[in-house]
Design a protein around this ligand. Structure first.
Ligand code: 8YV
Length: 331
């Protein structure tokens, strides 16, 4: 029997067409942001769902949608999905690692450079018509090349940022991660493992790339910001909630750190009003992976996962399955 799937947000029409070749598809072409109740209602009778990083999939939703067998996300981060609950319900979960690594690392560097070199605040000054003369210290910021790059979280994206820093900008790289890198990998990047405290003290530019979890909630808060250099910049491309946005806004306002670049926020799409009021922060609306080719690759990977999980004719394994044990639960 043909499986039935729900595509929660607008994606690329050719990717939807590929899914329609195999499945009964209900797609959110209007790109509405559905409430949880609406999502549960639309999931009735569905075998699979194509989600992004924002739809919460938890035990209560799974109880309310007993036919569901596959949750496939176009995001690499899956803190919105209770994978253990999915496994217990026999629901396979996939994410989209790999395809966004380089694009996201590019953007980490974009924010780092924009914050360090004061791009947003100088552009706003120019647009306001306040640029009347050159001055020796006009928007003078800090250097990126040769400065110490500190990376909190050394997964694929962290390593891709480290390579850019080390090989492109001659930056000494220090990092902190739950597990240190294998020695040969660290040596190839020239990255040195340090404690979180040492990283915050020594780095000129700190980039946060850890997944969100209860343990990483407010990993960078007031105490951590207090360890950083007054000339330092902080970049968060991980998840809102990993950095304490209120504490960061206070540190930026009081000049306890020089600048920040933020692509993710606690409670996004709302942004803490104190951050909006800070001139020395570059703010972007969660677009680190948003190049056209990469967003297409993310959507295609999620679709491929759905096809492998729900179309027996596909005859291949889902490429990025997070919980293979869920498959045997259903048998
Ligand atoms: C997504 C992301 O754009 O992949 C992730 O984890 O944060 C972004 O690349 C976003 O999550 C989509 O909702």
């Amino acid at each position: 029997m043909t499986a039935s799937i729900l595509v929660c947000r607008r994606i690329f029409p050719d990717v939807v067409a590929r899914l329609r070749d195999r499945f009964e598809v209900e797609a959110n072409d209007a790109d509405d942001v559905w409430s949880r109740d609406e999502l549960i209602r639309r999931l009735q009778g569905k075998d699979g769902v194509f989600v992004t990083g924002t739809q919460a999939i938890d035990a209560a939703l799974l109880d309310a949608c007993p036919k569901l067998r596959a949750v496939c996300s176009l995001a690499v981060g899956y803190n919105n999905i209770d994978v253990a609950a999915c496994t217990a319900h026999g629901v396979a979960v996939t994410n989209a690692p790999g395809v966004l690594t380089e694009t996201t690392a590019d953007f980490g560097f974009t924010l780092l450079m924009a914050a360090a070199r004061r791009v947003s605040e100088s552009e706003a000054f120019l647009r306001r018509g306040e640029w009347t003369k050159w001055s020796v210290d006009l928007f003078a910021g800090s250097d990126v090349h040769g400065a110490t790059l500190g990376i909190l979280g050394m997964g694929r994206i962290g390593q891709a940022i480290a390579r850019r820093g080390a090989h492109g900008f001659a930056m000494p790289v220090i990092y902190h991660n739950r597990t240190p890198l294998p020695a040969d990998v660290a040596a190839a990047i020239g990255a040195r493992y340090v404690s979180r405290e040492a990283l915050l003290r020594e780095a000129d530019h700190v980039v946060v790339v850890v997944p969100y979890s209860a343990e990483s909630h407010h990993l960078v808060g007031a105490a951590e910001l207090a360890l950083m250099k007054p000339t330092a910049t902080l970049v968060n491309i991980a998840r809102g909630g990993v950095v304490d946005d209120a504490a960061l806004a206070a540190a930026l306002r009081e000049g306890r750190i020089a600048a920040a670049g933020l692509d993710v926020f606690e409670g996004e799409p709302a942004v803490h009003p104190d951050l909006l009021a800070c001139r020395n922060v570059v703010l972007t609306p969660h677009i680190a992976s948003a190049s056209v080719p990469t967003r297409r690759a993310m959507a295609s990977l999620a679709a491929e996962n759905l096809i492998c999980l729900l179309d027996p004719a596909a005859g291949r394994l889902a490429p990025t399955l997070l919980n293979p044990e869920a498959l045997t639960r259903r048998l």
